[in-house]
Design a protein around this ligand. Structure first.
Ligand SMILES: [Cu+2]
Length: 582
């Protein structure tokens, strides 16, 4: 057993000098993220009531790719902030860039003026300026922080936050590691966006081929023709892929093999954060069961599984109990199987766990189009003409992919190519590409909150929010309107209880994040529903959550795929006191 002391002040002071030097060391990696780390115990983390962060420019290289990066205190990922529930924190953030910047504290409940979204909750931090964020820490858990300006998040500006509970932690462990997953490309995100606007499938190198058809792989000819007619591609899983991305664990690619240490028999807590710009990851440690103990910072009733798809912006805490093996692979595989990153959980530095093979890339199905055909009379020979309204055999449901009557709240225009005709609740579905994995896979329906939900009221009203797109033209929106078109904010009254139905009218998953609040996913009996700040809405499906609008002010509400948000899949949510200006 290792006694670990998260507040080993001497060690922290010894290392903070090195950190301040930033690029003076071999890598732009903060101490806690260096390979061979024994755990997060005081290793170069920043704690206390007063913390200084400096946003600047660095150069970053991994696995033969290198480019300009935006970093905090000279490192990528940014420093680990270790705070304690009940304290106040004062974070002085200085921007040394030649452009505006910002930091958003992802998942933290705080006054909206401290939330860090330029143009929504504060003016942003101009070049040369320092903005002081100051707020009380009112809860514990695993969170992260990132820029909310331009595309800075994609070029390096993100880091982990760990908040220790004020009282005893219900999760017992002997050691813990923070694991920040991310994606890194030498092609600037603005250039990625330009290429995607030219051709929606620009980075997709995994399309179905004629050779595949002849070999009997993938979709049949008739299916391929049907999908082609709808201008859809069943391999369109991710916009930006491993063809340009290096995937990273704590800033390290597979060859650099980030290694967290363990001793056999220990209970090891892994705090896993998906800080990617555009990549949903399948996370697993082959040979070890993952006991899920927290999601998005909130404790859950422990549930064991073998693999978890961690959407962008989500965090999960796991307990693993490694046995006698020298090392175990930590694997984060891109959802479209265009690449993966492997790190190690090992008894000694230098041990290399094998890299597992990439699994076969997934194909989308009719369910991902919002058409669940199970148990339905499919009509003649199972062939459906998707361009026509339904016949009687379809129980009156329209099977057209663009029938505005299924979504009266959506503003129809060139930015809306498809509407899901029959979106079904997919919270209990295995996520994209893991449908047929031959081991346990976590679904949202498996998660139950450890503590009773704080607000047992039944929602007094319900709203539908459609996630819309014209994927071919790379247009992304909410209810058919991009943020740049100036849509009305979504208004909530202070402390009202509302059910929000997210309906995905596209064929991509969207990790939707609401600032300043937790919400309860509507799955299973009420009382202990899982509380989250981000929910991944599967293609063609829907996901509902109940929200107590208790954070007064203006908040961002958006898809956490950076290029989707940047293209318009975002709204402002206002929470106003009764009689206020809502
Ligand atoms: Cu999205």
């Amino acid at each position: 057993m290792t006694a670990f002391d998260p507040f080993n002040r001497r060690r922290f002071l010894a290392l903070s000098g090195i950190l301040a030097g930033g690029l003076g060391l071999s890598a732009v990696t903060p101490a806690w993220a260096r390979s061979g780390t024994p755990g997060t115990a005081g290793f170069g983390t920043l704690s206390g009531d007063s913390i200084a962060l400096q946003i600047g420019e660095s150069h970053f290289a991994t696995g033969g790719r290198s480019a300009h990066a935006i970093t905090v205190n000279g490192t990528l990922p940014a420093p680990l902030l270790r705070l304690r529930e009940g304290q106040n924190v004062r974070l002085a953030v200085t921007n040394t860039l030649r452009e505006q910047s910002s930091i958003h504290w992802h998942g933290l409940l705080l006054p909206f003026q401290m939330d860090g979204v330029p143009g929504v909750s504060f003016p942003g931090i101009d070049p040369g300026e320092t903005f002081v964020y100051e707020f009380p820490i009112v809860h514990s858990g695993t969170f992260w922080y990132h820029s909310h300006s331009g595309m800075q998040e994609a070029v390096g500006l993100y880091g982990p936050i760990v908040i220790d509970p004020a009282g005893p932690d219900p999760v017992a462990c002997d050691r813990e590691h923070v694991i920040v997953l991310s994606d890194w490309s030498p092609i600037h995100p603005h250039e990625q966006l330009r290429r995607l606007k030219m051709m929606g499938g620009y980075f997709n190198r995994q399309k179905q081929t004629l050779a595949g058809l002849l070999a009997g792989k993938d979709q049949s000819l008739s299916e391929r023709l049907e999908w082609a007619q709808m201008r859809m591609d069943a391999t369109d899983i991710s916009d930006v892929t491993g063809s340009t991305y290096s995937f990273l664990i704590n800033g390290h690619g597979t060859l650099e093999n980030w290694t967290g240490l363990f001793r056999p028999g220990e209970k090891v807590r892994l705090r896993v954060i998906n800080a990617s710009a555009m990549t949903n990851f399948n996370f697993r440690l082959p040979g070890l069961a993952l006991k899920v103990v927290a999601a998005d910072g909130n404790h859950v009733q422990p549930v064991e599984t073998d693999e978890v798809q961690i959407a962008i912006a989500e965090t999960y805490d796991f307990i693993v109990e490694p046995g006698e093996a020298d090392s175990y692979a930590i694997v984060a595989e891109a959802i479209d199987r265009s690449g993966l990153v492997r790190g190690s959980l090992a008894q000694r530095p230098g041990l290399v766990a094998p890299v597992p093979a990439l699994r076969e890339r997934p194909l989308l199905t009719m369910r991902d189009m919002g058409m669940d055909m199970s148990g339905m009379d499919m009509g003649e020979d199972g062939v459906i003409d998707l361009s026509k309204p339904a016949n009687d055999s379809m129980s009156g449901h329209s099977m057209s992919m663009r029938d505005p009557t299924v979504a009266p709240g959506v503003k129809m225009g060139p930015g809306v190519a498809t509407l899901s005709p029959m979106p079904v609740d997919r919270l209990a579905d295995r996520p994209t590409g893991l449908e047929n994995a031959d081991h346990r896979v976590l679904t949202y329906a498996d998660l139950r909150a450890l503590d009773p939900n704080p607000d047992p009221r039944t929602p007094s009203r319900e709203i539908d929010v459609h996630l819309t797109a014209n994927m071919e033209r790379y247009m992304w929106s909410i209810d058919g309107e991009a943020l740049s078109e100036g849509p009305d904010p979504i208004p909530f009254r202070l402390n009202e209880r509302v059910r929000v139905n997210l309906i995905n009218d596209t064929m991509m998953p969207h990790p939707i994040h609401l600032h300043g609040h937790f919400f309860e996913l509507v799955s299973g009996e009420p009382g202990h529903r899982v509380r989250k700040h981000t929910v991944n809405v599967l293609p063609g499906g829907k996901a509902s959550f109940d929200l107590t609008a208790d954070g007064e002010g203006d908040w961002a509400f958006h898809c956490h795929m950076l290029l989707h948000m940047h293209s318009g899949m975002m709204r402002i949510v206002t929470v106003r006191d009764e009689g206020g200006a809502a």
